[in-house]
Design a protein. Structure first.
Length: 356
């Protein structure tokens, strides 16, 4: 479960619930904040490109989703859009609706007045729950109780589209199953509409991430010139500190694993799997340099040639050795060990290399 950390932080940032400090904060607070939220009706997730939104503390539902709530009808004509429920009708206007991303939204409080429904906004799940029957109320409350038993802020993935290592494609988190005091599961739905259960006790081996995670990585890294650090790349296809470009990030369509795409000078694109970790950007920073090491460390052409060929030679500084071979297995006073190779220093430079 702990590997949800970045997902949760990124979602909170993307949803406008966490703000970076600085002079821009007051200006941002003055403008309306639109937070996209999941919508559950009778305990079931409504999957739609248009999501409900929270605007300055008030919930609004897309008109197209309002039409899926039992007891409501939507009619549109030349004069506008009219919503009708069991308690009355209302035409959309500036007092009961908003326009967001070219879609009409109706205030949830207006729906409460027009129809025989009830509901609740759950901040712990960033989701709106609506019900019109006793069964729907019971299902909603059961899910809300299960959410309350989840550790930390895990509930915010509910109703979100996610990706998982080891599971191709995208998946919706449809509901939470409360198993017992210490166990809950997520009910998932894949792109084909098939439901399956994610056992949260085993989730540590199946890292989850979202399109927001991918978009953040793209925003910060796409197009940057980099130098590949072979000591940190398993089975690297690159020459050590080969100059390349970060081309893209994606979910591998075959296995769901998060990947970084590196474009070589000849145009070849090489995918590197980002090892599951709390913060994928740590992997990016580990395996790549964002400045030319030869220039940054003022390395001679002779030593740079050895580094590029991943050789250790006499006269190398400690920094140059680390660039060539990476971190040693063991460190002692005056020498370091790489497997069966012992590298000895005099005056902080490589003096001899002994194979044992």
């Amino acid at each position: 479960m702990k590997k949800l950390a970045l997902l949760l932080t990124t979602l909170l940032l993307a949803l406008g619930l966490v703000y970076p400090g600085g002079a821009g904060q007051a200006a941002a607070a003055a403008a309306p904040v639109y937070t996209e939220i999941a919508t559950f009706v009778e305990g079931n997730l409504l999957i739609s490109p248009a999501k409900s939104v929270l605007v300055n503390g008030s919930a609004y539902v897309p008109v197209k989703l309002a039409g899926q709530i039992p007891g409501f009808n939507v009619a549109a004509d030349a004069t506008g859009v009219t919503l009708t429920g069991s308690k009355g009708s209302a035409k959309l206007n500036k007092d009961n609706s908003i326009l967001y991303k070219s879609t009409n939204y109706v205030a949830f409080k207006t729906l409460l007045k027009l129809g025989a429904i009830d509901g609740k906004y759950a901040s712990s799940a960033i989701a709106l729950f609506v019900w019109s029957t006793e069964d729907g109320k019971n299902k909603s409350n059961s899910m809300l109780y299960a959410i309350s038993k989840l550790p930390g802020t895990m509930g915010i993935v509910l109703g979100k589209k996610v990706y998982l290592y080891g599971h191709p494609g995208s998946h919706w988190v449809k509901s939470v199953q409360y198993v017992d005091d210490n166990n809950q599961n997520f009910v998932m739905q894949n792109e084909a509409g098939t439901e399956w259960v994610l056992d949260l006790n085993d989730f540590v081996d199946n890292t989850m991430y979202t399109m927001e995670n991918i978009d953040y990585l793209k925003y910060y890294y796409n197009g940057q010139t980099v130098w590949t650090r072979n000591a940190m790349i398993s089975d690297s296809p690159f020459k050590n500190f080969e100059k390349a470009t970060i081309a893209n990030f994606r979910s591998n369509p075959a296995n769901g694993n998060l990947e970084m795409i590196i474009r070589r000078a000849n145009g070849q694109e090489v995918p590197l799997e980002i090892e599951p970790r709390d913060d994928p950007s740590e992997y990016v920073e580990d395996v790549l340099f964002f400045k030319n090491p030869q220039t940054a460390f003022k390395i001679s052409d002779k030593m740079w040639s050895a580094i590029r060929e991943e050789r250790a030679v006499s006269g190398m500084t400690i920094t140059e050795l680390l660039l060539s071979w990476g971190d040693p297995d063991e460190v002692y006073d005056g020498y370091v060990v790489y497997g069966h190779q012992y590298v000895y220093f005099i005056n902080d430079k490589v003096f001899s290399i002994v194979n044992l």
